[in-house]
Design a protein around this ligand. Structure first.
Ligand SMILES: Cc1cc2nc3c(=O)[nH]c(=O)nc-3n(C[C@H](O)[C@H](O)[C@H](O)COP(=O)(O)O)c2cc1C
Ligand SMILES: [Fe+2]
Ligand SMILES: [Fe+2]
Length: 394
C-alpha cells in the first residue's frame, strides 16, 4: 500500500513546506504549512483535487510521476488563491488532456491570475456532480471560506469531503493525520482566527450545508486530514457562534514605558476582578496569537501613546486588524499616555466604529501614571466587569 493512500484509489500528492515562516507576507507560520493535493482514480476517470503553491510544483509533479499517473482527466480547483491553484498551469502542461473543473467565479479568477485559457474549463454548479466511474465528485459551494468562489468536493462512495482552506490548518507534518486532536486544535484555531473569522455568518451557513453529509474523512488543503467531521466542525461552530467569554484582549505598545506601566497595572486590576486577560506587546506580537485571543474575548483594549497627534502606527495597525477580523468583541476601550495633546482616541474610535461594539470611556494619562490615574484604571476595569456581568459572564 502506498503510505499516502487515504482510501482505495485516493492518494495524497501534495507538498510539505515546513520551513515557511510567513504566509501572504502577513501571518506568521510557527508550524510551517502543507499544500495538500489529492489524486482520485475512479474506474473510468482520474481527478486531481487542488494543486500546490507554485514554489512546490516540482514535488507535486514528481509525486504524480511516482504514482505512475499517465493521464489526468480533471483538475478540480476549489479556490483561486495561488497556494492551491498556482501549479495548475504546470499540471496542464504535463497532462495536456486535463480540464479544469471549477465554478464560474473561480474560473474568472484562474483566467485573471494564471491566464488559463477559456477552452480548458468545465464549469460546475452548486450541487453538481461529475462521475469518475465508480466514484462521484459532488460539489457544494461554500462562499467566503474565505474567498467568494470557494467550494468543497464530496465523494459519497468513500465518504470523503475535500474542503480546501475551510477546516484546514497551517501545520506541517509528514503524517496524513494528526496524532491526536490536541495536536491540531491550536493550529486549526489559529487558522480559523486568521483566515475565517471575518466571515462568521457565512461560515455558519457553510457548516450547516456540509453537516448533513455522511463524512468519514475530511481532507483540507492545508494541514492534516481529520477522521470524522465532528471534532473540527464542533469547534468551528463554537468559534463562529456569537458566544463570548469573560476575557479581555489587550494589545499595546509603549515607546518609553508609560503606556507599558499603565497596561501592566490595568491587567492586574482586571485579573483581580476575575477576568482572564490576554496581553500582547505590539513590538513583537504574533498576529495569529492576537487573532486567537480575540475570538472569544468579550472586550478588546488598545494601549497606545500619542504619537504625532494620533495613535502609535502599531496601534493603528492593530485597530485595522480588529476592523478586518471582525471579532465578536462586545466592548472596546483605549488606554494610553500623551504629552500635550492630539486625537488618539478619536482616530481609534473612528476606525473601530464599524465593529458595532460599545466603546467604554478610555483612560488617557498625561505622562507616567500616578495615583489618580491608577484609580481611573481601576474604575475602567470595574465598568468592564459590570458589562461582562450584564452579559451573564463570570
Ligand atoms: C515621536 C514622538 C511623537 C510624539 N507626539 C506626540 C503628540 O503628537 N501629542 C502628544 O500629546 N504627545 C506626543 N508625544 C509624547 C508621548 O505621547 C508621551 O511622551 C507619552 O508619555 C509616551 O508614552 P510611552 O512612554 O508609553 O511611549 C510624542 C512622543 C514621541 C516619542
Ligand atoms: Fe486561501
Ligand atoms: Fe490556502
Amino acid at each position: 500500500m502506498n503510505d499516502k493512500e487515504i482510501k482505495k484509489g485516493i492518494i495524497y500528492v501534495g507538498a510539505n513546506d515546513a520551513e515557511r515562516r510567513i504566509f501572504d507576507e502577513l501571518i506568521e507560520l510557527p508550524d510551517g504549512t502543507t499544500y495538500n493535493s489529492y489524486l482520485v482514480s475512479g474506474s473510468e476517470k482520474t481527478a486531481l483535487i487542488d494543486s500546490v503553491d507554485p514554489s512546490k510544483k516540482d514535488i507535486l509533479l514528481s509525486n504524480l510521476k511516482a504514482a505512475g499517473i499517465k493521464s489526468i482527466d480533471y483538475v478540480v480547483s476549489q479556490h483561486g488563491e495561488q497556494d492551491h491553484s498556482g501549479s495548475i498551469p504546470d499540471v496542464l502542461a504535463a497532462y495536456p488532456m486535463a480540464k479544469v473543473v471549477t465554478n464560474s467565479k473561480c474560473r474568472g479568477e484562474l483566467a485573471d491570475l494564471l491566464m488559463i485559457k477559456e477552452d480548458k474549463f468545465i464549469t460546475i454548479e452548486d450541487g453538481g456532480e461529475i462521475s469518475l466511474g465508480d466514484k462521484t465528485l459532488k460539489f457544494f459551494f461554500t462562499p467566503w471560506a474565505h474567498w467568494p468562489e470557494t467550494f468543497v468536493t464530496y465523494i459519497p462512495e468513500d465518504r470523503m469531503l475535500f474542503t480546501c482552506d475551510f477546516l484546514g490548518s497551517h501545520y506541517a507534518t509528514e503524517n496524513l493525520y494528526a496524532q491526536s486532536n490536541d495536536e491540531i486544535l491550536i493550529p486549526a484555531k489559529r487558522y480559523y482566527a486568521e483566515i475565517m473569522s471575518p466571515f462568521r455568518s457565512m461560515i455558519r451557513k457553510n457548516l450547516e450545508k456540509i453537516k448533513v453529509l455522511d463524512v468519514d474523512i475530511v481532507a483540507p488543503s492545508h494541514g492534516p486530514l481529520h477522521k470524522g467531521m465532528d471534532f473540527i466542525t464542533g469547534y468551528y461552530s463554537q468559534w463562529a457562534s456569537d458566544d463570548v467569554k469573560n476575557e479581555v484582549t489587550i494589545a499595546y505598545i509603549s515607546m518609553h514605558g508609560s503606556t507599558g506601566k499603565i497596561t501592566r497595572y490595568f491587567i492586574e486590576s482586571l485579573e483581580k476582578k476575575g477576568m482572564k486577560v490576554h496581553a500582547f506587546n505590539l513590538a513583537d506580537a504574533d498576529i495569529g496569537d492576537i487573532a486567537m485571543a480575540l475570538l472569544d474575548s468579550a472586550t478588546a483594549i488598545i494601549g497606545s501613546p500619542m504619537v504625532l497627534a494620533g495613535p502609535h502606527p502599531k496601534a493603528i495597525f492593530i485597530a485595522y486588524l480588529l476592523k478586518a477580523l471582525r471579532p465578536k468583541t462586545r466592548f472596546l476601550s483605549v488606554i494610553g499616555s500623551y504629552g500635550w495633546g492630539g486625537k488618539l482616541v478619536e482616530q481609534l474610535a473612528e476606525m473601530l466604529g464599524s465593529l458595532g461594539a460599545e466603546i467604554i470611556e478610555p483612560v488617557l494619562v498625561k505622562g507616567y501614571p500616578k495615583e489618580a490615574d491608577f484609580k481611573m484604571l481601576d474604575e475602567l476595569a470595574e465598568k468592564i466587569r459590570a458589562k461582562h456581568q450584564e452579559l451573564g459572564l463570570s
